[in-house]
Design a protein around this ligand. Sequence first.
Ligand code: NAD
Ligand code: AHE
Ligand code: ZN
Length: 369
Amino acid sequence: MKSRAAIALEAGKPLSLVEIDVEGPKAGEVLVKMVATSVCHTDAYTLSGADPEGLFPSVLGHEGAGIVQEVGEGVTSVKPGDHVIPLYTAECGKCKFCLSGKTNLCGSVRATQGKGLMPDGTSRFSLEGKMLHHYMGTSTFSEYTVLPEVSLAVVSKEAPMDKICLLGCGVTTGIGAVLNTAKVEPGSTVAIFGLGAIGLAAIQGAVMAKAARIIAIDVNPDKFTLAKQFGATDFVNPKEYTDPIQQVIVDMTDGGVDYSFECIGNVNVMRSALECCHKGWGESIVIGVAGAGEEISTRPFQLVTGRVWKGSAFGGVRGRSELPGYVERYMNGEINIDDFITHDMPFEKINEAFDLLHEGKSIRTVLHY
Ligand code: NAD
Ligand code: AHE
Ligand code: ZN
């Protein structure tokens, strides 16, 4: 079938709006018609060429919501008409990772997903006969996309898809990193570096966890308004200080924070986020994604003296079993998604959504198919 799509032909160039060919679902696969998608910084990162797994040409996009059109042989857990959120972190329930009970990472489709292919090693996308790669197992920048069954969360039909699409990454990642990965306790002091959708969602998670003090840090002071609205208590612009930012935070907090979250993808800030943690117990969670070849460093003494460095993917959330509950919590007012959506646009304006993100003018732009 034909499908409207925005494809990444080469690194560093805007997406090309074209009509691509999409093959029907094979065994264990599902054809989904996307209703809404948004742009996460990770899409921009991969398009920039910094992602070691980045492949071109490809159909990017991983934050979306849509409706199942057709299922392949053997698919039993979803059916045509189901409303779904694509998952870049699958949940098969059977692999070593899923059975461990220790992680939301799933091994079932990750190897082929990283090669831009479906689990059988082939692609369902092409343009004028030339193969296009899938991306993160989701490829939400095509109106029709094909995913493994294990990469779909079935959610309530009552929920507005142009809002809950943000649960496909940004909102879930930030909230989950606080509640699942860090397990922030009531009364904690928390520092959040980077106030895009991930950082704001981490603020939301910290409020849910009843943190007493939430320090919001960004080099773009325009981000402080929403951070305050979401519940941050202190605001720090590193550009206003000559001291290293970790020293500034340590001085503000009588020795450091209980938890910090890096929501930028900057390895120098990752170090600051670790080093602003309190001696003996402070934990720093890396959420931001850094470019190919970049590495983190600190004095091992920082760890010897009790600080803990952790990472979080999709907020530690198991998508198929837990995301329907996030949708319910949005529906009953426990989770705020609406305030992340600074812009709404028709899908065809997707390159404007990337520009707004790069310029620091948007949190999330929802694109409507
Ligand atoms: P974004 O671009 O909307 O937000 C990043 C924020 O960081 C911006 O407000 C920017 O002004 C700020 N910033 C940049 N440099 C800074 C610095 N030196 N000090 C302080 N603030 C600085 O991005 P986003 O969509 O919120 O994504 C944030 C990061 O999280 C990206 O690296 C993205 O790839 C990653 N991410 C990871 C996961 C995961 O599961 N681990 C999921 C989603 C996104
Ligand atoms: N491809 C990159 C890694 C990218 C990365 O870390 N992705 C995050 C999700 S970002 C969503 O916006 C993630 O969940 N990673 C776990 C996984 O299995 O990919 C690289 O460096 O190779
Ligand atoms: Zn994302």
